[in-house]
Structures are given as structure tokens and as C-alpha cells.
Design a protein around this ligand. Structure first.
Ligand code: PGA
Length: 237
């Protein structure tokens, strides 16, 4: 079973619900036991999308959450609010959030706890910069990022997303993906679904999803169009 998760980032107004419906329509044609499709839309579409996809086999996730259940935090959204919208999953520690919101390990650990408290499955993102990759320390760096979830590995999903591969069209070699995922499997054990993310497209999905210890994909740009997202899911069959 592959998990194919779409991260819509800050894309999509109400009319994008049509695309989500097209995704769920296409998903209904795919063999059910092969993949689970998930869309993580912006907060503004969460509740509407959850309702639109209620009777389908596509699930919904948030893109981040505040660690507290409620409080004086203007502009922020709690995991309980994400769950209340109908979500099942929540992305935590995406490199864009680490970068733009200054998420560090301590805060991320509290966010993961918050997601679990609210009954959401955290999709915890890790990944190195190009600089770290080029100095040969990518695995050590990612291993360090895994400290946040190592003790609760059976309750989370982990997505390896090299920062230099996100939205760039560049992807690591299958050997590099295999080596990183083997390290993560060794560290986290057998029960954690491990996703790869970073420029996954219909054209490269089959090759990436066939790599040992890759249990699915976290997809940004290519999840915005039903045809592309479904093409990636088909490659997982
Ligand atoms: P991308 O984004 O597929 O557009 O590279 C992946 C992600 O940021 O999750």
C-alpha cells in the first residue's frame, strides 16, 4: 500500500475544489488496495474539501499546526481545529515552515505531540540542504532531525524531502534515496511509513516508488492537477 500525499501549499481558492473532486473521481477507478490518496489543502479549504470528499476514498490533511489546543495565538491554527475540519493527517516540519516560521526541534516536538493529541497522524518532514549534501553529511544530518520522532516512530509518517529537490525538478539518484531510506528504516524500525518528496512527477514516480523502503510520496506541484496526481498514484500500482 503506497501513501500518495498532495501538499497544495498556498495554492487554491474555492474553485480548486473541482480539481479535488476530479482527483477523488479518478481515485475511485484505481485498485483500492494499492494506494491511499491524501490531499493537504490550505486551511481555508480544509473543511470544504473534507465535506466534498466525504464519501470518497481520498483523505484530508493539514499543512502545519500550533502545539497548543487553543489560546491567544493570533493567526495560528491548532491541531484540534485541523481535526475538527475533518482532517486525518497533518504535515509537520516541512522545510518551508522550518524556514519561514523558524520551527526548531523543540517546537516541532510539541507540534507532533499536539497533532497526536488531536488524533491526527503527523507527517514529519526531514531533509538536507544542498550544502549539507555536497559536504557528504546528509545522512548524519537527517538522522539528527529524526530525534524528534524516534521514540514515537510507530505513530508517525516520515517524509524525506531534500530541500534542493523541492520545486526544482531535481531529484536525488535512486541510490541516494535508497541509502537515506535504509538509514531511516534502521533508525525508526519497520512500522513507520517512509515517504519520498521533492519533484515527484508522473514521469519519475514509478522509479522512485520502486525503491526499497519508499512507502509513498509527498507531492507538491504535481498534486495540484488531477491528471498529474493520479498519474503518480497509477505509477504506484
Ligand atoms: P514539489 O514539493 O513536489 O513541488 O517538489 C514537494 C513538497 O514540498 O512537499
Amino acid at each position: 500500500m503506497s501513501l500518495i500525499i498532495g501538499n497544495w501549499k498556498m495554492h487554491g481558492l474555492k474553485d480548486a475544489l473541482g480539481e479535488a473532486r476530479a482527483i477523488s473521481g479518478g481515485a475511485a477507478m484505481l485498485p483500492e488496495d494499492k494506494h491511499q490518496l491524501v490531499i493537504c489543502p490550505p486551511y481555508t479549504l480544509l473543511a470544504m474539501m473534507a465535506e466534498a470528499l466525504m464519501e470518497t476514498n481520498v483523505l484530508i490533511g493539514g499543512q502545519d499546526c500550533h502545539p497548543s489546543p487553543s489560546g491567544a495565538h493570533t493567526g495560528r491554527i491548532s491541531a484540534e481545529m485541523v481535526a475538527d475540519c475533518g482532517a486525518t493527517y497533518c504535515i509537520i516540519g516541512h522545510s518551508e515552515c522550518r524556514d519561514e516560521l523558524g520551527d526548531d526541534d523543540e517546537l516541532l516536538s510539541r507540534k507532533v505531540e499536539g497533532a497526536l493529541r488531536a488524533g491526527l497522524v503527523p507527517i514529519f518532514c526531514v531533509g538536507e540542504s544542498l550544502e549539507i549534501r555536497e559536504t557528504g553529511h546528509a545522512e548524519t544530518f537527517v538522522n539528527g532531525q529524526l530525534d524528534v520522532v524516534a521514540k514515537i516512530a510507530d505513530r508517525v509518517i516520515v517524509a524525506y524531502e531534500p530541500i534542493w529537490a523541492i520545486g526544482t525538478g531535481k531529484v536525488p539518484t535512486v541510490e541516494d534515496i535508497a541509502a537515506m531510506h535504509a538509514m531511516m528504516r534502521e533508525r525508526l524500525g519497520g512500522s513507520t511509513p517512509l515517504l519520498y518528496g521533492g519533484s515527484v512527477k508522473p514521469g519519475n514516480a514509478a522509479e522512485i516508488l520502486a525503491v526499497e523502503n519508499v512507502n509513498g510520496a509527498l507531492v507538491g506541484g504535481a498534486s495540484l492537477k488531477a491528471e498529474d496526481f493520479l498519474g503518480i498514484a497509477q505509477a504506484a500500482s
